[in-house]
Ligand binder design. Sequence first.
Ligand code: PEP
Length: 273
Amino acid sequence: MNKTARPAVRPYIGGNWKMNLRLASAVELAETIHADLSGDAGGPQLDPRIDVAVFPPSPYLMSVGRAMGHGPPSLGAQDLSPHDDGAYTGQVSAGMLDDLNARWVLVGHSERRHGLEEPPETLRAKLVRALESDLETVFCVGETLEERESGDAESTIVGQVRSGLEGLAAPTPERIVVAYEPVWAIGTGRTAHPDDAEEAHRWIRRTLGELYDREFAAATRVVYGGSVTASNAAELFRRPEIDGGLVGGASLKADSFAAICRAAEARLGQTSA
Ligand code: PEP
């Protein structure tokens, strides 16, 4: 794909809090991040052309949402049910997330895809439900260490993108973000080399082009996740193929998360977003 043909895209940063924090600390973290990014803390406001979302544990969605007001950041959920209503103990529907003013949802995070062994059909059903709803989706894909070492990274990633999206009508590109998250890099402190991340992003973008068209592939944001920190974010986000990041551990501290968001500002000049 000719990089210069890509239109301006809004950089995207997501903070996945996973099953961490307690109510008071989650609200405090949300308030501190909001104050920093909005300029209320006294520093400069984050450029509004950057999309930032945080994904707190579901029981805290309402309180965290209230703490952030109209944002930034916006509110996201870590998972959703493929069903609307009914006998699905423990699940949370798209409609319920909408009631809580969640704007984003994660689908296919490796801690569900691999950790909880959610099969591709389930992830696809969740993706379909998210795309039918008003939610915007971060669809996560990525290979295990074994798959990378055996030379199967490309086929794994391409297969995950295809099994999620093949046959579905093209979503509006702004409503879906694909997160490349190599399983071996998540929570390990071992970040993918930017060359390898870019190569994987090109596989993803090529597949989006095959599934839909070149314009859709160019306009869809592909972000990197896996041990992104305030120290390595700028180097990753400098790469034309890396439209931002999905951040776990480093999103639990307001200063490191805000620094990662600000590292994405450098992309604005670079991609003329
Ligand atoms: C994640 O949870 O999506 C993630 C990338 O975690 P970490 O940044 O801690 O590796």
